[in-house]
Design a protein around this ligand. Structure first.
Ligand SMILES: NC(=O)c1ccc[n+]([C@@H]2O[C@H](COP(=O)([O-])OP(=O)(O)OC[C@H]3O[C@@H](n4cnc5c(N)ncnc54)[C@H](OP(=O)(O)O)[C@@H]3O)[C@@H](O)[C@H]2O)c1
Length: 334
């Protein structure tokens, strides 16, 4: 028996700002799973900024999306048919899934999720790759110490919100940078950030940052790059750590401006800058998820989720990340 499905294909590699032109909705039929495979119905898809980079045909830590094939992303779904000994019908599973309502995958590419630890969507947010990025970036590279000052850019996004809250619970003074009053209000009134800057409402974040942190910053968790990050270079404290999580402000730029030009500041302040990819920490994911789940239960951290309903909204949801529509993790419910 075959199953009808809709999928989203990448039909055009975007130049500059991502637009709907890149995507096409496709109808097809998929066949039953063979031995070692499972048929999955997608429940939730995560949309993530890195997906924009995978649309470019350039070498990276992950292969580019192929033209005229379904895009793919982190998702959770339910097993509808199983030809694997490891899964039974009804199991909730996660993995990197094609942007399809139904699909067949080898069982070795999916993982069962344990909803005793947390609700299912949390496995795409705070216990998923974005929460884990915040965790390993802050804990392993930032190594926050009580009383230190921390700045987080993209602070109201999925990674930034968790990164800032972790620094808070480690006893740091945390400043969040985000765009728009509703976001800065959320960060200070609900997520417990000590100070916030609405970068869309100031000419440059350097002046307000200096005012809030006259002694400078010990840890900068960088999600956005560009001019916001340039400003931080002028307020580094000695032995500052810069955690390079992402550079979302550059993802839709065609040709990048050459640089950086401000590294002399790092020499003066004996600072350290480190990029990382969350997958490098895969062996430690389970341990980190346990700790994050504990903090969630104790109310020490929270992760709002912005959920858009409808498979056909996947491209809109991805586009929305670059205009800053989400507070917390952006998900699409199928
Ligand atoms: N290293 C890793 O392994 C890893 C893993 C996951 C994610 N990341 C990176 O972490 C960063 C955050 O990811 P996320 O999942 O938290 O993103 P997200 O939830 O999609 O949030 C992204 C936020 O970035 C802000 N933004 C968009 N364009 C911007 C611009 N031009 N300048 C300044 N801010 C801009 C928007 O908020 P505003 O309204 O505040 O502008 C938007 O809501 C991304 O750069 C991503 O690539 C890295």
């Amino acid at each position: 028996m075959s199953q009808k499905t809709r999928s989203f294909l990448l039909v055009k590699r975007p130049r500059g700002m991502l637009s709907q032109e890149a995507f096409a909705l496709n109808h097809s039929e998929i066949s039953d799973p063979e031995r070692g495979e499972v048929l999955v119905r997608a429940k939730y898809f995560s949309v993530d900024p890195y997906m924009r980079n995978r649309m470019n045909d350039v070498p990276s830590y992950v292969a580019p999306f192929e033209l005229n094939k379904p895009l793919e992303g982190d998702a959770i779904g339910e097993i509808l048919q199983s030809k694997s000994d490891e899964f039974i019908i009804g199991d909730l599973v996660s993995g990197v899934f094609p942007w399809q309502e139904y699909f067949v995958l080898p069982a070795k590419r999916i993982h069962k999720i344990d909803t005793d630890i947390a609700q299912d969507t949390y496995f795409l947010s705070v216990l998923g790759l974005t929460g884990l990025t915040a965790y390993f970036g802050m804990m392993d590279i930032g190594k926050p110490k009580h009383g230190e000052s921390v700045v987080v850019s993209g602070a109201a996004g999925a990674v930034g919100l968790v990164a800032g809250q972790i620094a808070r619970l480690k006893g740091c003074y945390v400043v969040g940078i985000a765009g728009g009053e509703h976001k800065t209000k959320y960060l200070s009134e609900t997520a417990g950030f000590d100070a916030v800057i609405d970068y869309k409402n100031v000419a440059n974040v350097r002046k307000p940052l200096r005012k809030i942190l006259p002694d400078g910053v010990d840890i900068y968790f960088d999600n956005v790059g560009g001019e916001i990050s340039d400003s931080i270079m002028y307020i580094l404290r000695d032995y500052a750590r810069i955690i390079l999580s992402g550079q979302i402000s550059q993802y839709n730029s065609g040709r990048l401006k050459t640089g950086p030009r401000l590294l002399a500041q790092m020499i003066v302040h004996r600072a350290k800058m480190q990029g990382f990819i969350v997958h490098d920490y895969r062996a430690e994911f389970a341990k980190a998820q346990k700790e994050l789940a504990g903090w969630l239960k104790q109310g020490k951290i929270q992760q709002p989720e912005n959920i858009i309903e409808g498979f056909e909204k996947l491209p809109d949801a991805l586009l929305g990340l670059f205009s800053g529509e989400n507070i917390g993790k952006q998900l699409v419910k199928v």
